[in-house]
Design a protein around this ligand. Structure first.
Ligand code: SAM
Length: 267
């Protein structure tokens, strides 16, 4: 089967899906739960293409959006959190080592949608002077024990982001539509306003790799985002547009590894 991604051409979906760990999770019961939710969402793609309207294949399959489902199903939330934490533990060291200057002269950082705090803890480990805060939904931060390194705040990034020099958004904006991204980034701009060296650091995909294999992986992730969330992966010109709309004036894209880049965005 050839499948179309949200906006850009076709790829051999099943051949990539069959090799993808996100479609054949074998690491314990909560990862199996994540796999089941994903599989049922993918099976709704055909129906969604025909008459999905404003909903997502995930919501069509499960009757609720992905964030709502995670607030109700502990196994899904645990599996998702474990997979995101694994990604952060793997990527943090590489991102920090390759782009150490992005974290220099930073005194406070808020990791928006920071999940269990794995990324924030890696940053504090490398830069113990940085005061790190993680903002996430109540069901995510509830019950995370205080560790003396990172502070956790329950809240909605659409409404408020606590003030800091730097706001970090790792794998958050690709979950959201352009309109929602502009709203989130506007809250981030307010959080860094009047702060010395204020900037937003985004870790996400910038579609358009020169490597065919990485490009295909970027398109596959785009397909996953389209299936599960209201978001998508973005090309540079799409990122540029949402930065401008949110009131930012400059940005710099720094490749990290594989499909992921670090984008510094300045007011
Ligand atoms: C794809 S995960 C990324 C987690 C983490 N940044 C990482 O890379 O490991 C998206 C995160 O955004 C959080 N989130 C979703 N909606 C949110 C909201 N309205 N306010 C704050 N956080 C939210 C989710 O709970 C989840 O932890």
């Amino acid at each position: 089967m050839m499948a179309c991604t949200s906006s850009r051409g076709c790829l051999d979906f099943w051949s990539i899906a069959s090799r993808s760990t996100c479609c054949r999770s074998r690491e314990g019961p909560s990862m199996k739960t994540v796999g089941k939710y994903r599989k049922r969402s993918f099976l709704c793609l055909g129906e969604w293409f025909r008459d999905g309207g404003d909903t997502t294949p995930f919501a069509m399959a499960h009757g609720i959006d992905v964030w709502g489902a995670m607030s109700l199903d502990r196994a899904l939330a645990a599996g998702f959190s474990a997979s995101m934490a694994a990604d952060s533990k793997f990527l943090a060291e590489i991102a920090i080592r390759r782009h150490v200057e992005a974290f220099m002269n930073v005194s406070s950082l808020v990791d928006v949608g920071g999940g269990d705090g794995s990324m924030a803890r890696a940053i504090v480990k490398a830069f113990p002077h940085i005061k790190c805060l993680v903002l996430d939904l109540p069901h995510v931060v509830r019950g995370i024990p205080a560790d003396g390194f990172v502070e956790y705040v329950a809240g909605d990034m659409m409404d408020f982001v606590p003030p800091a020099n730097v706001v970090l958004l790792k794998l958050v904006l690709h979950d959201w539509s352009d309109e929602d991204c502009v709203r989130i980034l506007s809250r981030c701009r307010e959080a860094i306003s009047n702060r010395e060296g204020g900037k937003v650091i985004i870790i996400d995909t910038v579609i358009g790799s020169q490597s065919q294999q990485i490009y295909e992986a970027q398109l596959f992730l785009d397909l996953c985002m389209m299936t599960v969330t209201t978001g998508k992966e973005r090309e540079e010109k799409e990122w540029h547009m949402i930065f401008l709309k949110a009131g930012f004036t400059q940005y710099k894209i720094l490749p990290i590894l594989g499909i992921k880049s670090l984008i510094e965005v300045y007011p």
